[in-house]
Design a protein around this ligand. Structure first.
Ligand SMILES: Cc1cc2nc3c(=O)[nH]c(=O)nc-3n(C[C@H](O)[C@H](O)[C@H](O)COP(=O)(O)O)c2cc1C
Length: 352
């Protein structure tokens, strides 16, 4: 294995270890506590008839939940992709794998990602590369390989300017990337989604990305995992440590970033993520216009405790979502969209 690959794999393992062992939360509120749903004291619906299903890029999901992009690229992370893939299959929810860069520069690592598809033959799966790689020589053919490795339904390009700025080995050349994204979206046969990694996507950038042909935006806002915190734990140099610490709360809180997507065309997939805690945050996300709600660190922590814990965690998120839908009188995800408290009280006439 060449030196570059060994370094990438070692870094992936280190990121994972830090996320499992240290407190890497930003400590910034996501904004969900300030979002209020329209309580319907007498819901007038049957709990058992609530439909959580949705269709995305031609695939039907049982619930609007995404296991956010995290792992792959080393032996240890393969085990996590296996567990997460098994859960995506069992619950018929969406899943993304972590950056496939290591496998694109070394063939022996492909199965650390492909295992997710093996476990979840029919699930909605997202491939993943970093936008900075487009300035390191990655081209459409590399994106195509990432998609094929996973038989992915879409490619996520993650935007991680803060992380690259803080990592000593980071790629800080972020010039001319929109043009390169446009080339990828115009040539790749599957949709491209742009995603942050915990700092949020601002309204202007979202607009630019859509103009460049991106079909989905995952805001991945501030409020949950902070990559500045993760990088802080990796640094030994005190100056670098302080630099990371300064940026732990950097970015746009998840709810604010989600609201920034309101003016985008309706057919753009909106993903709410970054610090989501439970199914109530999922419900609020959908009411705010999201199509999918993603969880990263919460699920890797659960998976670290074994498959049963992961299953229990996802079951609870789904149950929390269903209870919130019941209490707002929403029989399906579409009807949730009118359930924000700012809406006038439901005045629909009911036969009694
Ligand atoms: C262990 C770990 C590895 C991650 N690796 C990636 C990655 O390779 N690509 C990516 O797009 N996001 C990556 N992320 C970021 C997550 O997908 C997500 O955007 C971020 O953690 C915020 O979500 P959370 O607050 O629910 O953790 C990673 C997150 C974790 C915890």
């Amino acid at each position: 294995m060449n030196k570059q690959v060994t370094n990438i794999s070692a870094r992936k393992d280190e990121h994972l270890r830090i996320c499992l062992e240290e407190d890497v939360s930003s400590g910034v509120p996501t904004g969900f506590d300030q979002v209020h749903l329209n309580v319907q004291t007498l819901p007038e619906i049957d709990f058992d008839s609530i439909d959580l299903s949705t269709s995305i890029f031609g695939k039907k999901l049982n619930a609007p939940i995404l296991i956010s992009s995290m792992t792959g690229g080393s032996g240890k992370t393969k085990l996590f992709n296996q567990l997460l893939g098994k859960a995506a299959n069992e619950f018929n929810i969406a899943m993304g794998v972590g950056s496939q860069r290591a496998a694109l520069v070394h063939e022996g690592l492909e199965d650390t990602f492909a295992i997710a598809r093996k476990e979840a033959p029919n699930a909605l799966l997202f491939a993943n590369i970093g936008v900075a790689q487009l300035n390191e020589g990655f081209e459409v053919a590399d994106c195509q390989r990432a998609v094929e490795m996973l038989e992915a339904d879409a490619l996520i390009i993650h935007l991680n300017a803060l992380q690259e700025a803080l990592q000593p080995e980071g790629n800080r050349n972020f010039s001319h990337l929109l043009r390169k994204i446009k080339t990828i979206t115009s040539k790749l046969p599957v949709p491209v989604i742009a995603k942050e990694v915990g700092c949020g996507i601002n309204q202007q950038t979202a607009q630019w990305l859509v103009e460049a042909g991106v079909r989905g935006i995952d805001v991945a806002g501030v409020g949950g995992t902070s990559w500045a915190a993760v990088e802080m734990y990796r640094q030994t140099d005190p100056v670098r440590k302080t630099l990371c610490q300064t940026y732990i709360g950097w970015g746009i809180p998840t709810v604010q970033a989600l609201r920034g997507l309101e003016g985008l065309p309706e057919n753009i997939l909106r993903i709410s993520s970054g610090g989501l805690r439970n199914g109530l945050d999922v419900t609020k996300s959908i009411a705010l216009g999201a199509d999918l709600a993603g969880f990263a660190r919460k699920l890797i922590l659960a998976a670290n405790d074994g498959y049963e814990k992961l299953k229990e965690t996802i079951e609870l998120i789904i149950l929390e979502l269903k209870v919130a839908m019941f209490l707002t009188g929403a029989t399906n995800l579409e009807s949730l969209r009118s359930k924000l408290e700012k809406e006038p009280a439901n005045t629909k006439e009911i036969d009694i």
